[in-house]
Design a protein around this ligand. Structure first.
Ligand code: ZN
Ligand code: ZN
Length: 416
């Protein structure tokens, strides 16, 4: 084995760094993007200030010592953002639509149209017109002096279009409505502790004939309710007085936004823990509803991050995408991480996507002010831009996106 420039007869790490980091206790360092993908060189503070620092190949041991003993203080330059835009194609519909959603989180897909929360209540809209469904009244959220996100209403729909949840993100309350009768069927309340720091945790799971809603009923507890019978499916004890020894199934985790994968088995949970750090967890819904009542107290940790309440999406039934590229101990990079939830492993990360996003047919769609970007995670490149189109809802079955703006409902469906 040859001796590498770092002075060690060891394996080449494939990355470079400045010689000042070759030490038993390396100083803190900076990541200097090379311009190829997410690759970066490691440099000390003095070298970070130079335009063209002298770099040597580091062995795997040198890189390990830097990773273990030295903090990455900041990034220098930008990672590569790949664009190979082509005509996105797809099919359009446009219709007059006077319904104005309360905000961009107040529209959701129905099998044959869209459900919108307007000032007057829930309205069904499609290419042919609008139908008023029901008024909605949510408890007023109490004022909170803690600097947190502003409470905002949000709408979720069940895949069969039978039910909707109207919740207050960064708030305590919500309600599930039957869209056929227009009546509330379940009040949601996640308790009075630290609810201002996440979107309301709620998701519809189960099949068409078996409607089940999952929602937080406390800061550290999710429950599942059968909507046909109103029956609680996940009865169990999750409390702890704090005095006795901690119970085996006690969960020290604040649940956040929930997102179900296309197969209906895995539930992403965008919550957090003290100090505070974001921790993305994946729950096995099939196991939970199949009798493992504490499954959501023992979710699989996918990532420990500095932030939470970030855009998330599923590319397929095992691949989740998180924004930004973030680790709890270093500055975030604008882009996405791709995780395999079955193997609990980060598959890749690529720079570029910033904004609300959806996955469909293995591609990633990101709403930006310029339009809807299409990204191919296979090589981390942007492959198209649907210019001037900023959707606020997506139908995961048909692939169709909806934009409601300026008195018009516009939809765009990607090519099959
Ligand atoms: Zn240096
Ligand atoms: Zn070395």
């Amino acid at each position: 084995m040859d001796v590498l420039p770092c002075g060690h007869a060891a394996h080449d790490s494939g990355s470079r760094g400045c010689a000042h980091l070759v030490a038993e206790r390396p100083p803190d360092h900076y990541g200097r993007f090379t311009g190829v993908g997410m690759a970066y060189d490691r440099v000390c503070e003095a070298c970070a200030g130079r335009d063209d620092p002298s770099l040597i190949v580091l062995c795997v041991g040198c890189v390990e010592r830097v990773e273990d003993h030295s903090d990455l203080v900041d990034w220098i330059g930008q990672p590569e953002v790949r664009h190979r835009d082509a005509d996105p194609g797809g099919t359009w519909t446009t219709a007059d639509c006077p319904v104005e959603p309360v905000n961009a989180w107040c529209a959701a897909a129905l099998p044959d149209g869209w459900l919108v929360l307007a000032e007057a209540g829930l309205v069904r809209v499609d290419g042919t017109g609008t139908t008023f469904v029901a008024p909605v009244s949510l408890p007023v959220e109490p004022p909170d002096s803690w600097p947190a996100d502003r409470p905002r209403p949000a709408v979720h729909t069940s895949p069969d279009g039978r039910h909707a949840a109207v919740v207050t993100d960064f708030g305590r309350h919500g309600v599930v409505l039957d869209l056929v009768t227009g009546t509330p069927v379940l009040a949601l309340d996640r308790g009075d502790y630290r609810y201002r720091h996440t979107s309301f945790p709620v998701a519809f799971v189960g099949t068409d004939s078996d409607a089940v809603v999952v929602a937080a009923t406390d800061w550290n507890r999710l429950d599942a309710v059968d909507l046909a019978s109103g029956r609680l499916l996940t009865d169990r004890v999750t409390t702890w007085s704090g005095d006795d020894p901690k119970p085996e199934h006690y969960l020290d985790y604040f649940h956040g936004a929930l997102l179900l994968d296309p197969s209906g088995r895995w539930l992403l949970d965008d919550g957090w823990v003290w100090s505070p750090d974001g921790v993305t967890v994946v729950h096995d819904v099939a196991a939970w509803l199949g009798g493992d009542v504490h499954a959501t107290e023992h979710g699989r940790q996918l990532a420990a991050r500095a932030t939470w309440d970030v855009p998330m999406a599923w590319l397929d039934e095992r691949t989740a995408v998180l924004q930004p590229i973030d680790r709890w101990d270093r500055p975030a990079v604008a882009g996405v991480e791709v995780h395999d939830v079955v193997d609990a492993r980060r598959v890749t990360a690529f720079a570029g996507p910033v904004g609300r996003m959806w996955g469909h047919d293995g591609l990633l769609y990101v709403a930006t002010a310029a339009g809807l970007e299409i990204w191919d995670p296979a090589d981390g490149a942007r492959t198209g831009l649907v210019e001037g189109f900023t959707p606020i809802a997506h139908n995961p079955r048909t692939g169709r996106f909806a934009e409601l703006a300026a008195g018009r409902l516009r939809t765009w469906t990607p090519p099959a």
